[in-house]
Write a protein that binds this ligand. Structure first.
Ligand SMILES: NC(=O)c1ccc[n+]([C@@H]2O[C@H](COP(=O)([O-])OP(=O)(O)OC[C@H]3O[C@@H](n4cnc5c(N)ncnc54)[C@H](OP(=O)(O)O)[C@@H]3O)[C@@H](O)[C@H]2O)c1
Length: 318
């Protein structure tokens, strides 16, 4: 009889612990992903709170370009780092025309790996950087199994998605710490949520970004540094050229301008976010499913995108 009571008590404790844990994580998700959009406007402007200059990697297109525009609109001078000099010049001119801020451009191809950072560091030496947006990212050309992706491309994805976020953060942190303020925004991806078949390397790099961000945040928070994790789901940018459905966009797949208009509001307020309210709701539901189901759904979704891409290639070849 005693054994039955003991087992019943253990069972009740396990069920209670499971329920509390599940409800707590749902509550945490609601507060961290949805609350930012209901908070009042920032009390201290970003430039005053973190510093007068922002650096944005991958800032000639998509989300990075929009971050540069949004930060400039808030009065920050911006350093644009990207690989194409003509696009850099054109974005810098656009920003200076629209907003009365200074711009600086640095040409760097992050796909080349560690060799680019000495030059970037020299160029940034005398600039008081308040905000670093680690936005640059490289995706597969289209969903494919591991051995189909050319080895050079796999290394480029790792260099752009993993080495850049690590090296750039290491580069700017010491001066931020010396000034006792600063923000680092690391753009990850919803693909960090589970292993993603047919985009295995890309998704794994984003798990790195998430893990790295959470650890560095804990290390530098006591020194006044805000390290933010921004994890978008689909955004309509040229990164998703493999799917016309994604390029067309819809309410769940916003364009980069709409996405960033929301994401920027969370800077300095929220430590981890999808950046866009509808992505927040999607993220919450995705996380409720067990990982093995999410892997199956991800595989199914990517098989669909792969088929769509192959069809388009066939049609173009006819
Ligand atoms: N779009 C999405 O659905 C989505 C979803 C989740 C997460 N994200 C993440 O969001 C971030 C931005 O993506 P996005 O969709 O805005 O991409 P995008 O439209 O393709 O823009 C990427 C930017 O990075 C630059 N860039 C690419 N490779 C580079 C390299 N090797 N060296 C230097 N600059 C380089 C591009 O330069 P060019 O102008 O020369 O091309 C462009 O300015 C990435 O980290 C991505 O993983 C995107």
């Amino acid at each position: 009889m005693l054994v039955v009571y003991a087992l019943a008590v253990i069972g009740a404790i396990v069920v209670a612990a499971y329920l509390i844990d599940s409800l707590w994580s749902v509550l945490e998700m609601i507060t961290s992903y949805l609350m930012p959009y209901f908070l009042p406007a920032e009390v201290l402007p970003l430039a005053k709170r973190f510093g007068p200059w922002a650096v944005i990697t991958g800032s000639t297109d998509g989300i990075g370009k929009q971050y540069a525009l949004e930060l400039a609109q808030r009065g920050l001078n911006v350093v644009l780092i990207s690989r194409n000099p003509d696009k850099l010049k054109s974005v810098a001119e656009e920003i200076e025309k629209l907003h009365s801020v200074k711009t600086k451009t640095i040409v760097a191809d992050f796909a080349k790996g560690t060799e680019v950072y000495e030059h970037i560091e020299k160029e940034l030496k005398d600039i008081p950087i308040g905000i670093l947006v680690n936005n640059v990212g490289k995706q597969y050309d289209y969903p494919m199994p591991l051995c189909e992706i050319p080895a050079t491309q796999a290394w480029e994805i790792i260099n752009v998605n993993v080495v850049a976020v690590t090296s750039m953060t290491r580069m700017v942190l010491p001066a931020m710490v010396a000034r006792g303020r600063g923000a680092v925004v690391n753009v990850s991806s919803g693909s960090e949520l589970q292993p993603l078949p047919l985009m295995a390397v890309y998704a794994a790099t984003k798990v790195y970004v998430r893990n790295f961000t959470f650890a560095v945040r804990e290390e530098y928070a006591p020194q006044g540094i805000h390290v933010q994790h921004v994890s978008p789901l689909f955004v309509s940018t040229k990164m998703n050229t493999f799917s016309q459905r994604l390029l067309d966009g819809n309410l769940l797949v916003p364009d980069a301008k709409t996405y960033t208009r929301y994401a920027i509001c969370t800077l300095g307020r929220v430590q981890t976010t999808t950046g866009y309210w509808l992505h927040g709701i999607q993220y919450l539901f995705i996380k409720l499913a067990p990982e093995w189901i999410r892997i199956k759904i991800g595989a199914h979704m990517n098989r669909g995108f792969r088929e769509e891409h192959m069809q388009n290639v066939k049609i173009k070849a006819q």
